[in-house]
Design a protein around this ligand. Structure first.
Ligand SMILES: [Zn+2]
Length: 163
């Protein structure tokens, strides 16, 4: 299992009296379930990733936003599991982020946060948009290339092998 770009081993424990839950424990992500059921493993992991994403994104958001003078108040963030996209920014300025992004390294998370917050100023991919992005993250292209090259890995959850 990936979290912030690092690998953790998945451990599934069966406890007939337990409610499905996932938690991090040392080098493991431990899932406890009342019965062995791959769909339940996947649901517990998705719920864990969503919680971690909520936490990590809300920690990084003020840090990434701090030097952006056009961001006067922190945008609200909505989480949505997506297959092909890391994030989006609506014309009204609402940012949606993919919780699977929390599987990627922190630099990639910061890049996506910055990208979406640059859209609060430029609602397009114009030269001015890229100029803002480059000013605040000069090496964003390398970070994006690394993220894109591992996108399939970050977007695929390895539950098929654990059932
Ligand atoms: Zn964009």
């Amino acid at each position: 299992m990936l979290y912030l770009g690092r690998r953790y081993r998945l451990k599934v424990q069966i406890d007939p009296t337990a409610k499905p839950v996932a938690r991090m424990h040392g080098a493991f992500i431990e899932v406890t379930l009342p019965e062995r059921d791959p769909a339940m493993v996947a649901a517990a992991l998705m719920s864990w990733y969503r919680q971690r994403a909520r936490e990590v994104f809300s920690q990084r958001l003020p840090v990434v936003a701090e030097p952006l003078r056009w961001v006067r108040e922190l945008p609200s963030i909505r989480l949505q599991f997506m297959k092909l996209q890391w994030g989006s920014c609506s014309p009204s300025g609402r940012i949606t982020l993919n919780p699977w992004l929390v599987r990627a390294p922190r630099e990639a998370i910061d890049y996506v946060l910055l990208h979406e917050m640059c859209h609060l100023r430029h609602h397009n991919h114009s030269r001015a948009f890229y100029a803002s992005l480059s000013r605040h993250m000069p090496d964003w292209k390398q970070i994006k290339t690394r993220l894109d090259s591992r996108a399939e890995e970050f977007l695929r959850i390895e539950v098929d092998r654990v059932g």
